[in-house]
Design a protein around this ligand. Sequence first.
Ligand code: FPP
Length: 237
Amino acid sequence: MNFDPLNMPQHVAIIMDGNGRWAKQQGKLRIFGHQNGVKAVRSAVNFAAKHQIKVLTLYAFSSENWNRPEAEVSALMTLFMKALDSEVKKLHQNNICLKIIGDKSRFSESLQKRIEQSEQLTSQNTGLILNIAANYGGYWDIVNAAKQLATEVKQGILEIEQITPDRFQQALVTEDQPQVDLLIRTSGEQRISNFLLWQIAYAELFFSSVLWPDFNEEHFAEAIRAYQQRDRRFGGC
Ligand code: FPP
């Protein structure tokens, strides 16, 4: 695959974009694209686990995606349910720790229950951390953290002076996970779309023209190669 296994990004985040266009190209409904997107999710997870990436975060459903037609939203929910049912055992066998990050309160009771069971089952696993961002938005994450800290100040268990970037980070959904080193977006779009705003402060950005259902391990490797050629200075010189 032609990259340096000793210089891997610790945390890779992916905006999985282009399912709808992929389906349209084949004259099919958008949901057909999402269904095929699940295969690409599998291959990205395999790649990350095989190459010792510590954290993989996938943007599955943004806070704004509720604005899509009801039929598409409900088909996506069914797809998440099915994927949880069919994949969690395999994730567990592969020592992967699954976390669903986002505002889960808007999901159906049954989906919330399945999420909780899946997270519980894999919580002690020590391999790849797989974050699935569902009903996630970067603004929501930051505001949610601010509310938590404000509550602690109000309760007298936190001093305002103790609010540092590190302390703030602990209140975000990614808690003590490393910040994102590499952010990939597929389908040729070049924007962040309210994903992990805080966590990507120093991320390297990689935009691939491949539509998500076609994104395979070789495409992932190409992004890693590009990352390894970057000169990361973190504000230094
Ligand atoms: C973006 O493509 C994709 C989504 C909004 C949904 C992503 C969902 C999956 C890949 C399947 C399920 C995932 C898991 C984790 C089980 P788009 O619909 O915006 O495509 P377009 O830009 O071409 O219209």
